[in-house]
Design a protein around this ligand. Structure first.
Ligand SMILES: NC(=O)c1ccc[n+]([C@@H]2O[C@H](COP(=O)([O-])OP(=O)(O)OC[C@H]3O[C@@H](n4cnc5c(N)ncnc54)[C@H](OP(=O)(O)O)[C@@H]3O)[C@@H](O)[C@H]2O)c1
Length: 243
């Protein structure tokens, strides 16, 4: 059995993205990091990059929309490492700025929920048996203030109207609460984290987005919580966010 802590991060397809930076910070903290994405070429470039920097990384192709892909990945992790310590559900998207409820298409709303809610849920269902084998099982759902009342810039009552995205992240926060209660007796902590408005696309820093290192640090905080740490909450920068 490998002694090094093992973390799996979904949605690691871009060097500028939160997934890559989160994986890098966890590797720097001493974790073996399994990075995953649906695009094999992007994944292998990023995995090579992390290895070049001296990090202990592996790559697994995962499309979080596919039972077959997710179950195959869980089988691979079981065969190679026999357990998982940290699962980071970072893959997500469908940010519909200006998406008013009366105007948004159901096709788009379904896609947002399929990825942001059901994709994360599918990963959790497949990987909990491996997290149960860890002494420090942690699940981090990368969520967003877009799903909270309290976020005046991007939240439920903000002017931006991100209906599909915001409601899917609101549901992800709700799932976090339910799972935290169910998995508590197994020693697995489940938390949702908003990384804050983060510069993961060119030009967004100019609009006030913070460096990706800061957003990812917020995620890593929840992934590395000590035994006495919280479960079932929604956090940014280690501070509880009101919904
Ligand atoms: N940046 C921000 O300001 C901000 C703020 C709050 C929350 N977040 C959240 O942070 C997370 C990362 O966002 P980001 O800003 O770093 O943008 P990003 O690079 O676009 O991250 C999204 C990742 O999810 C992947 N993905 C989408 N559908 C997938 C699927 N079916 N299977 C596997 N992977 C899939 C994308 O892969 P492809 O390249 O293949 O599409 C991409 O790697 C998201 O959950 C986002 O909602 C971001």
């Amino acid at each position: 059995m490998e002694n090094q802590q093992i973390a799996l991060v979904t949605g690691v397809s871009r060097k500028m993205g939160l997934g890559y930076e989160t994986a890098k910070q966890l590797a720097e903290a001493g974790y073996r990091v399994i990075i995953s994405a649906r695009d094999v070429d992007q994944l292998s470039d990023l995995s090579n990059q992390l290895r070049k920097e001296g990090h202990n990384t592996s790559a697994l192709t995962i499309d979080i929309l596919s039972d077959e892909s997710v179950n195959y990945a869980a089988k691979e992790v079981a065969e190679k490492w026999h357990r998982l310590d940290v699962l980071i559900n970072n893959a997500g998207g469908f940010y519909d700025q200006g998406g008013l409820p009366m105007e948004q298409s159901f096709d788009f709303v379904h896609k947002a929920f399929e990825t942001n809610l059901f994709g994360a849920w599918r990963m959790i269902k497949a990987f909990v048996p491996l997290l149960e084998k860890s002494d420090n099982g942690r699940i981090v759902n990368v969520s967003s203030g877009a799903g909270a009342f309290s976020d005046i810039a991007f939240g439920l009552i903000a002017k931006g109207d991100t209906t599909a995205y915001g409601l899917s992240k609101l549901a992800l926060n709700g799932l976090t609460v339910k799972l935290a209660a169910e998995l508590k007796s197994k020693g697995i902590k489940v938390n949702a984290v908003c990384p804050g408005f983060t510069a993961t696309y060119p030009g967004t820093a100019e609009w006030g987005a913070r460096p990706v290192e800061e957003g990812a640090k917020s995620v890593v905080w929840a992934a590395t919580l000590p035994k006495e740490g919280p479960t079932g909450g929604f956090y940014r920068d280690g501070k509880k966010l009101p919904w």
